[in-house]
Design a binder for this molecule. Structure first.
Ligand code: ADP
Ligand code: ASP
Ligand code: MG
Length: 439
């Protein structure tokens, strides 16, 4: 008998009509089925995700403001789903528990988790499946990171008792015993954890696009769908902003060798994207580049000092200054007499004076230059390892589009080239690169 883990994202469960599509997809499968559900997402472009409504409601409660109308609006989202599905579900008692929590000791992660909790319970009721609350089976350590082994053991035990269950996505229990969520989009991670614990044959990740696309569809018109991609490529692309799947969702399934299939709830007939451990000689398919992704919001801190190349430990000291401020770095391009660190602008801004003072005191530079407004774009593909001239093609495409390159980093993984450009050039640059490699 096959075992399938299926995760449905927010847009796939945004309202009752989407629930019906989800149910018919699930019912078309056979075997042991473990479903992970997100909170209701947007029903249309200008709609609000329930998770965002929950955060806003928590903000009111924590400021001791009246949260009743904002809680009512959340309840109305679920009520509409229940009524249109024609099921019996006691929303009143669920919401009185939430209201009491908000009045007593509001907790941000607990509040955010209620979207997944309620939606999954409703889906379980609709399907006639068991409901599994991850607060009892998904555990984080003291460091705030998932305790993968404990989680796997406990979850495997719970799943072994049932062949059909819905597990709520996005949260578990922290080291302090309170509810703790993953970062945004984290139901993808829950899906991967469930797939591993169930020893699933496949992890199906159902969303609102027909798989991983070779570029962000909000920037490039009708980008090609990617039929097959390696875990490594997917992780590079999702980390760099191809937001279809959470970047941390790769690890649990990769170690277990479980393939991921990204599918479209609105077009279940499409094959979607297969994410696999290895791709057979990718250069042969003629596609050297698998995808392009990027993000805005980076800054560069450049430290210049004559004869820097002779100063032992300079790089370590600079990175240590950044790390001590609690800021993580993205890239470290360096030259003979200068070294730059690319960091997230918001994190840097919050620690700017502390970092700059330390640079002055510890490194005694000739000059320190901060550049903000940088966007990073990654061109990713396994085929690059075998093929020359990819970098040249990237640079000529950007030059032709009159995009100024501020930073270049050929990733040490050999499967990506990353360029830093000015934020206003971002959309133009992504399109120029897409045209060069895909059209
Ligand atoms: P879900 O609610 O199902 O988790 P998400 O909104 O998290 O869905 O992810 C799907 C969205 O990711 C798509 O609607 C699309 O706009 C966006 N996206 C960005 N980059 C890509 C890409 N390279 N391929 C596919 N989708 C992408
Ligand atoms: N509902 C959460 C979010 O909006 C988690 C998820 O959808 O994966 O980020
Ligand atoms: Mg998502």
């Amino acid at each position: 008998m096959k075992t399938i883990a299926m995760k449905f994202g927010g847009s796939s469960l945004a309202d009752a009509s989407q629930f019906k599509k989800v149910a018919s997809i699930i019912k078309s499968h056979e075997g042991k089925l473990y479903v992970v559900a997100s909170a209701p997402g947007k029903r249309c472009k200008d709609d609000t995700k329930v998770t965002d409504m929950l955060y806003a409601c928590y903000d009111s409660a924590s400021q001791k403001a009246d949260f009743s109308s904002s809680l009512d609006a959340i309840k109305a989202r679920f009520s509409e789903i229940i009524v249109n599905l024609g099921i019996t579900f006691d929303l009143d008692s669920e919401f009185s528990v939430i209201a009491k929590h908000l009045s007593d000791t509001p907790q941000r992660d607990y509040m955010a988790s209620r979207g997944e909790y309620l939606n999954s319970k409703i889906l379980a009721t609709y399907l006639g499946y068991d409901f599994i609350d991850p607060a009892n089976y998904v555990f984080f350590g003291q460091d705030g990171v998932l305790n993968a082994e404990r989680t796997n053991t406990e979850l495997a035990r719970a799943l072994s008792k049932t062949d059909h269950a819905v597990v709520a996505g996005f949260y578990g229990t922290g080291a302090d015993g309170k509810v703790k969520t993953f970062s945004r989009g984290g139901s993808d991670v829950t899906g991967a954890i469930v797939a591993r614990a169930a020893k699933a044959d496949v992890y199906e990740n159902w969303t609102d696009v027909s798989g991983m696309l070779s570029a962000d569809p909000r920037i490039v018109k009708d980008p090609d769908a990617i039929e097959e991609i390696s875990y490594k490529e997917l992780r590079e692309l999702s980390y760099m902003g191809a937001s279809v799947m959470h970047e941390d969702a790769v690890f649990p399934v990769r170690s277990a060798g479980i393939p991921i299939n990204i599918r479209n709830t609105n077009r279940p007939q499409d094959k979607g994207t297969w994410i696999v451990a290895h791709r057979e000689n990718p250069a042969q398919s003629g596609k050297i580049v698998t995808g392009i992704a990027g993000k805005k919001g980076f800054s560069s801190l450049r430290v210049e000092k004559a004869m820097l190349n002779n100063e032992v430990g300079f790089a370590a000291k600079l990175l240590n200054i950044i790390a001590s401020a609690g800021v993580s770095f993205e890239h470290v391009p360096s030259a003979i007499d200068s070294m730059s660190v690319i960091v997230d602008s918001a994190a840097f801004r919050a620690n700017r004076s502390r970092i700059l003072e330390s640079v002055q005191d510890i490194l005694h530079p000739d000059a320190t230059i901060v550049d903000t407004g940088i966007a990073l774009i990654a061109v990713v593909g396994m085929g690059m390892v075998y093929k020359k001239g990819v970098a040249a093609k990237v640079f000529s495409a950007l030059a032709k589009a009159e995009v100024n390159i501020r930073m270049i980093d050929q990733g040490s993984s050999e499967i990506n080239i990353i360029v830093g450009i000015d934020e206003p050039d971002y959309e133009k640059a992504v399109n120029a690169l897409y045209d060069a490699f895909f059209r």
